[in-house]
Ligand binder design. Structure first.
Ligand code: HPA
Length: 285
């Protein structure tokens, strides 16, 4: 599909319309956005909610699919710090375009967030990592064959040629690492390689992705980080390793084991997210 100036004009109008609708419902827009990925649902429960808005009730939001039926924005406080959490994200494999995938991020950027904390579930390709480990994303490789900046640029949002020399904010990464140390949490570090999905990969594909430089592989996050960086929003991302993807020792995916691994990582993920939010909240307010 090709995006014309008219398409992008309509898209931006939808983003502005959704943002206005949200402004009517909340008092003060928060500075911090959080994307709750697979395995981060528990963190949603730790937010003290003030206003919860379902995607389907907001004008302009992409229609939901079976996978993403409960998408909502939760406005409230985490550790006393105002945040907005995206509970439910859109994926390319559901059939959305990259522009639609990042629609909620465009809305949060327009609303005025300056920080986006993302989480996701990913397959581990580094043989030193185990299922249940938590990984701090240091960089990414986009193998999705698309991105949300294709088509005419919306100059109000950001530059045509976006710099991506440091997509994951060093200061936020530092806070995450310090938090992990303070709590005795083993925090891996590595490169997130994104694919479209929805199928998992073949042995040959895992070997290829590892050779390319990926430490973990997943089906989200990268489009959202690109859109956020385009709007000059700083980003931090944590991956929950749900399964081990070693080409020379590959087992069929065991969904229950992957869920158990996500559950193992959940408290660690919540702890780090909460401390990062608290640290940013105290340094900026
Ligand atoms: N591949 C892609 N995405 C994933 C995987 C994987 O092996 N595991 C969890 N998300």
């Amino acid at each position: 599909m090709h995006y014309t100036s008219d398409d992008l004009h309509d898209y931006k109008e939808r983003v502005d319309e959704a943002t206005d609708a949200i402004r009517d419902e909340i008092d003060q827009p928060p500075a911090i956005g959080i994307i709750l990925g697979t395995g981060a649902g528990a963190l949603a429960e730790e937010i003290d909610p003030e206003t919860t808005l379902s995607y389907e009730d907001l004008p302009g939001f992409p229609p939901s699919t079976m996978e993403m039926h409960e998408g909502e924005l939760i406005f409230g406080t985490l550790e006393g710090v105002p945040v907005v959490a995206m509970n439910g994200r859109l994926h390319l494999y559901e059939g959305y375009t990259a522009h639609e995938v990042v629609f909620p991020v465009r809305v949060l950027g327009t609303l005025g967030i300056d920080t986006l904390l993302l989480s996701n579930a990913a397959g581990g390709m580094d043989p030193h990592h185990d299922a249940g480990d938590l990984l701090l994303v240091t960089d990414h490789i986009n193998k999705q064959g698309t991105n949300p900046l294709i088509g005419p640029n919306v100059d109000d949002w950001g530059p045509r040629f976006l710099d991506m020399s440091e997509p994951y904010d060093p200061a936020l990464r530092e806070i995450a690492e310090q938090t992990a140390l303070d709590h005795g949490i083993a925090l891996r570090k590595g490169v997130y390689l994104s694919v479209k999905g929805p199928m998992l990969e073949t042995e040959a594909e895992y070997r290829y992705m590892r050779d390319l430089g990926g430490d973990v592989v997943g089906m989200s996050t990268v489009p959202e980080v690109i859109a956020a960086r385009h709007m000059d929003v700083r980003c931090m991302a944590l991956s929950v390793i749900t399964d081990e993807c070693l080409p020379d020792d590959l087992d069929p995916i065991d969904v229950e084991a992957a869920m158990a691994a996500a559950a193992e990582a959940r408290p660690k993920l919540s702890r780090i997210m909460k401390d990062v939010v608290q640290e940013i909240g105290t340094t900026t307010s």
